[in-house]
Unconditional design. Structure first.
Length: 160
């Protein structure tokens, strides 16, 4: 079953985020703060939304976290899927596809022009999964990122 996350799900979402980081070999990058996550998902100005995948007994086994972006070329909003993850022991039961289908339905209901996400180059199981329902790699694009000191320096001085 897929359902919208509630504030009570924040501890479960936190556990799933940590499990995702472990799967992606990125635990060293996690500085997760549950109070910030709660505020960013359910506060006065939510920055993102989340869905929960549950087993029949109500056990949370996966999640999808997404937010709006905007396409100037399409002059329409889009959804960016930041994370979609199902615990390894629960894969192959349809939870991942159900999460993605639920996010796709939200995108269609909101008249979004696209649904986008990123995948690590080495994650062949995920790449096969995404391609199985028509996901297309955007090979001509390279993601750039500013964080930490570089972000602060650019914001302050306009130069690096």
């Amino acid at each position: 079953m897929i359902r919208p996350a509630t504030p009570e799900d924040v501890p479960a979402i936190s556990r799933l985020i940590r499990a995702l980081a472990e799967y992606e070999k990125l635990t060293h990058e996690v500085v997760l703060d549950e109070s910030l996550l709660r505020d960013h998902l359910f506060g006065s100005r939510p920055y993102a939304e989340a869905l929960i995948a549950e087993e029949e007994d109500g056990t949370p086994v996966g999640f999808a976290l997404f937010f709006h972006n905007y396409s100037t070329f399409l002059t329409r909003p889009g959804l960016y899927l930041e994370d979609v993850f199902v615990l390894p022991d629960y894969r192959g039961r349809g939870h991942g596809k159900a999460l993605l289908a639920a996010v796709a339905r939200i995108a269609v209901e909101r008249k979004c022009g696209r649904l986008e996400w990123a995948v690590l180059d080495w994650n062949e199981p995920a790449i096969r999964f995404y391609k199985s329902f028509g996901g297309k790699p955007m090979d001509e694009w390279t993601v750039y990122r500013l964080t930490g000191h570089a972000l602060e320096l650019l914001a302050r001085d306009g130069v690096q």
